[in-house]
Design a protein around this ligand. Structure first.
Ligand code: SIN
Length: 348
C-alpha cells in the first residue's frame, strides 16, 4: 500500500512536470525583458520625418538637430526618424503621404505648398526679402505665426518656417545677366504660379519638375537653366551641368515644417510642449546656419575650374525688377496688401 501511494505521488508529480514543460514547448511565451532601462520603450512615440534634400544642407542638418533635441528633451520618449534625399517620398508625393498618416512630418518648400495655401504665393515674389535678417524677422516673428495658421484650415499643423537661403540663377547656355539673356530658354521650376510668371516675364519657358528629377534632367539637357540656392546646387552637384552661375539673390527658398494634425492631437500636451521647444531652438539655429552654409559652399564652388560665377550688378538688378513689376500688381489683386506691407516692414 505504502509503495502504491509513493508510486501514485511520483506519477502525479511527473505529469505536472510534463504539462509545464510541454506547454512551454507548444506555446512558447514571449520572453520578458528584465532590464530596467528598457522600461517604457513600448510607449516610445515615433515620428517619421521625410524630406528631399541632402543631409549636408540647411534642411538636412536642421532635421537631424531637431531629432536630437526632441530625444533629449523628452528623455527618449519621442524618437524622430529622419529620411533625407527623397528616399521615402519625392516632393510631389510627401504631402499626400503626410495626409494619409504614412509619415508624420515633412518640410516642403513653401512654393510647393502654394496650391494648398495660396496665401503663401506672396513669399515667392522676386526681391521680396532684403537679406537673411529680414527673412529671419518674417519667419520667426508674428508674421511667420500668422502665415503658419493658414495650414490649420487644411488639417495640418505648422510648427515653423525653416530657411535654406537665397536663390541664384544657373544656365548651361550662357551667362544670365540681363533680362534678354533669358529669352527662349527653358527653366526648371518648383511648383508655384509666381515662380512660373517670373520666368515668363523674362521671356523664358518655365517647366515644373520634381526636385528628385532635377539632377538627371539637367544631365540629360532637358532644361537650359534653373534657380536654386547655393546649398542645393552644391550638395546635389547641379553645377556640373550648369557652368554659368549668377549670384542674383532674387528669390528666397524657405520651408514650412509640418506635422500631421491628427497625430499631433494624439500626443500628450507635455510632449507637445517639449517638441515645440526643440523646434524653436532648431529654427533659430537653422536661420544662422543656413547663411553660413551657403557662404561656405559658395567658396567651395569658386574652387571648381569649370564654373563661371557672375555678380548681378545694381543696374542689371534694376532692369530685372522692372520686368518683375507686373507680378507685384497681379499679386495685389488676389492677396492682402496688408500682409505684403507687414512683410516689407519686418525687421530683426
Ligand atoms: C528643397 O529644397 O526642398 C527642394 C528645392 C527644389 O525643389 O528646388
Amino acid at each position: 500500500m505504502k509503495h502504491f501511494i509513493i508510486a501514485s505521488l511520483l506519477t502525479i508529480l511527473g505529469l505536472i512536470v510534463f504539462i509545464l514543460v510541454d506547454t512551454e514547448t507548444i506555446f512558447p511565451q514571449e520572453k520578458m525583458t528584465v532590464d530596467e532601462e528598457q522600461h517604457g520603450l513600448k510607449e516610445q512615440i515615433h515620428i517619421v520625418f521625410s524630406h528631399v534634400v541632402a543631409e549636408n544642407t540647411p534642411k538636412g542638418l536642421a532635421a537631424q538637430k531637431f531629432a536630437e533635441l526632441v530625444y533629449e528633451k523628452t528623455g527618449g520618449r519621442v524618437k524622430v526618424e529622419v529620411y533625407p534625399n527623397g528616399i521615402l517620398y519625392s516632393d510631389t508625393e510627401e504631402l499626400k503621404a503626410l495626409n494619409a498618416g504614412e509619415i508624420q512630418m515633412i518640410a516642403p518648400s513653401y512654393s510647393n505648398m502654394t496650391e494648398v495655401v495660396p496665401e503663401w504665393r506672396i513669399l515667392d515674389l522676386p526681391f521680396l526679402f532684403r537679406d537673411y535678417d529680414h527673412a529671419k524677422a518674417v519667419f520667426t516673428g508674428e508674421t511667420g505665426k500668422e502665415l503658419l495658421q493658414f495650414l490649420d484650415n487644411n488639417n495640418m499643423k505648422g510648427l515653423a518656417f525653416w530657411s535654406n537661403g537665397f536663390k541664384q540663377m544657373t544656365s548651361s547656355v550662357h551667362p544670365l545677366r540681363e533680362p534678354v539673356d533669358f529669352k527662349n530658354l527653358t527653366f526648371r521650376v518648383m511648383s508655384g504660379d509666381i515662380l512660373k510668371r517670373q520666368f515668363q516675364l523674362l521671356g523664358a519657358k518655365p517647366v515644373t519638375a520634381s526636385f528628385t528629377d532635377v539632377y538627371s534632367s539637367l544631365e540629360n539637357h532637358q532644361f537650359d537653366g534653373q534657380e536654386n540656392t547655393i546649398s542645393n546646387i552644391y550638395s546635389k552637384g547641379l553645377y556640373q551641368f550648369q557652368p554659368h552661375l549668377t549670384l542674383s539673390n532674387h528669390g528666397y527658398l524657405g520651408y514650412s515644417v509640418i506635422i500631421n494634425s491628427e497625430f499631433w492631437n494624439s500626443i500628450p500636451a507635455v510632449i507637445q510642449k517639449q517638441i515645440i521647444e526643440a523646434m524653436h531652438e532648431t529654427t533659430l539655429w537653422n536661420m544662422e546656419e543656413s547663411k553660413k552654409m551657403n557662404e561656405a559652399q559658395l567658396e567651395k564652388m569658386k574652387e571648381q575650374a569649370d564654373i563661371s560665377i557672375y555678380e548681378l550688378s545694381n543696374d542689371s538688378k534694376a532692369r530685372w525688377m522692372t520686368k518683375f513689376q507686373p507680378l507685384y500688381q497681379e499679386v495685389e489683386r488676389y492677396m492682402s496688401q496688408e500682409l505684403l506691407n507687414q512683410i516689407r516692414k519686418s525687421t530683426y
